[in-house]
Each structure stands twice: as C-alpha cells, then as structure tokens.
Design a protein around this ligand. Structure first.
Ligand SMILES: Nc1ncnc2c1ncn2[C@@H]1O[C@H](COP(=O)(O)OP(=O)(O)OP(=O)(O)O)[C@@H](O)[C@H]1O
Ligand SMILES: [Mg+2]
Length: 252
C-alpha cells in the first residue's frame, strides 16, 4: 500500500534521511524503531508531505505522493497522528473530530465555507463519528469539552479519532502512547491491533519497541537516517542487536 523508495531528506546541510526504502502492505502494522534523532518523525513528515524529499519517491498504492502537500496526501488516504498529539486545544472535542473529516468535503474555498454546516449532515461523517465514539466512549461523554482541558490519554484518543474521521487507508502514528501510564499504553496498542484486524493499515512509531513488535507484523530499525535492520516482528524480537539496543534485553 505504501512504498518508500530511496527517500532522502535534508534540513539545510544536515541530512536527516538517507536512501530509506520501506514497504507497508495492506492490512499490516509496520513499526519503525530507532533512537532519539534517528529520523523517524522526519520519515512520517516526508510521507505526509510536511517536508520535501531531496531524492527518492513515495507511493500510496499507485499514486505518487512525493511533492504533494499534506492536505492532498490526506485526501489520497493518509491519516496522520502527529508526535505530541497537536489537538486544537481551544476547540471542542466535537469540532476537533469534524475537522478531521474536513478533507472529505472541501475541495475549494467555497466548499470550505459550506463545510461546517454540511459535515454533520453527511452520512460519511456521521458514521465515522459513530465509529470513533464506539472506540472511545469517553470522547462522546466529553464531546462539548475544550480539547485542551482533556487529560493526556484522552487527547491521544482524540488525535487518533480525528485521524480516523478522514476515512484513511493508512494511518501514520508517531508515538501515540508517549507520556501515558503503562496500562493506557497497553490499551492504545490493543486498540491499534483491533483496528488492523478490522482492515486498517498502519505505520507505527512507538517508544516501547517491545510492545510495538508484539502487535506489529513487521518492523524496520533506523539509525542516523538509514534503515539498518528489517524483518518480521518475530525476527526482530530475536535479533541480538535489536534486543540489546532497543529492547533492553540480553541475547536471545
Ligand atoms: N525542522 C528541522 N530542522 C532542522 N533539523 C531538524 C528538523 N526536524 C528534525 N531535525 C533533525 O533531524 C534529525 C531527525 O529528527 P527526527 O525528529 O526525525 O528524529 P526522531 O527519530 O523522530 O527522534 P525522536 O525519537 O526524538 O522523536 C535530528 O537530528 C533533528 O535534530
Ligand atoms: Mg520523533
């Protein structure tokens, strides 16, 4: 579904990604593991169109993404749960969620003007909203609350819910469990596994690499902007270098 071919990204003179190639097949959770500063967020930003590629290509099914701005990549089926949640703090939970379905409607400034009134009358938005409220009942209870006053875990649920509102084909998740209590981390990962079982495809960055590999189908390890190891989750969980560097464990 997602194919990244020899992608390179530079910030000024500093190269952040070098010839990164990565595949995510339909129905898979693929996890990206790496130390702080390895380039994981940069890769997701390149896929979503937030940073330009210096060279290489990115494809979503048969559509070339490289060069498309973020609002286009969302329209093409990319859902993004960014690092640090980034919910719209002064807006209500409900408005954050309907904003997530924005790209389903507005193709022009005129569409944007009509958007707010139309969104909730659309079947697609309503059925997506129902699905999100079923996944996260707490968001339904708090739909009129300002998003900025939600707890960290609730904001994370909102960020995931908002991304699901655009009916994505693939979800990019950048450390969705950062800062959450261990039992909430498990809940979020369990939920992602459930979404995968229902057919959603995901590229996941997760601080707890061991927990991510437990739900992922495959994984890639990134060091200083390059992919250094790739394999099935089972292979990576048994790989001695991966165990020592990222799983805090000794040899298999
Ligand atoms: N906007 C930017 N301008 C300049 N350098 C940047 C920018 N964004 C990231 N970098 C640099 O690119 C490198 C990769 O950063 P990136 O955020 O992709 O790492 P990461 O793997 O997501 O790390 P973390 O686990 O800490 O989130 C780092 O050296 C970082 O300082
Ligand atoms: Mg990051």
């Amino acid at each position: 579904m997602l194919k990244i071919e020899k992608a390179s990204v530079a910030y000024g003179r500093a190269t952040a990604l070098r010839d990164v190639s990565l595949l995510v097949n339909a129905g898979e959770i693929v996890t990206l593991i790496g130390a702080n500063g390895a380039g994981k967020t940069t890769l997701l930003n390149a896929v979503s169109g937030m940073v330009p590629l210096k060279s290489g290509n990115i494809w979503l099914n048969d559509v070339k993404l490289s060069g498309h701005p973020p609002h286009k990549t969302v329209r093409l089926g990319m859902g993004y749960v960014p690092e640090g949640r980034q919910v719209f703090g002064s807006m209500t939970v409900m408005d954050n969620l309907t904003m997530g379905s924005y790209t389903l409607f507005s193709r022009t400034w005129f569409g944007a003007l009509r958007y707010s009134g139309w969104a909730l009358r659309s079947d697609r938005t309503r059925s997506n909203l129902e699905m999100v409220f079923k996944l996260f009942p707490v968001l339904k209870e708090r739909k009129s609350q300002q998003a900025g006053s939600l707890s960290g875990g609730e904001q994370q649920m909102l960020a995931i819910g908002r991304a699901l509102m655009s009916s994505p084909k693939i979800l990019l998740l950048d450390e969705p469990s950062l800062g959450l209590a261990p039992n909430l981390v498990k809940d979020i990962l369990r939920l992602l596994a459930r979404l995968r079982d229902e057919g959603l495809t995901m590229l996941l960055i997760e601080q707890d690499a061991a927990a991510a590999l437990k739900i992922a189908d495959r994984g890639y390890v990134m060091e200083r902007g390059r992919i250094v190891v790739e394999g099935s989750s089972r292979e990576l969980l048994r790989n001695d270098e991966v165990r020592q560097a990222y799983l805090g464990k000794t040899r298999a």
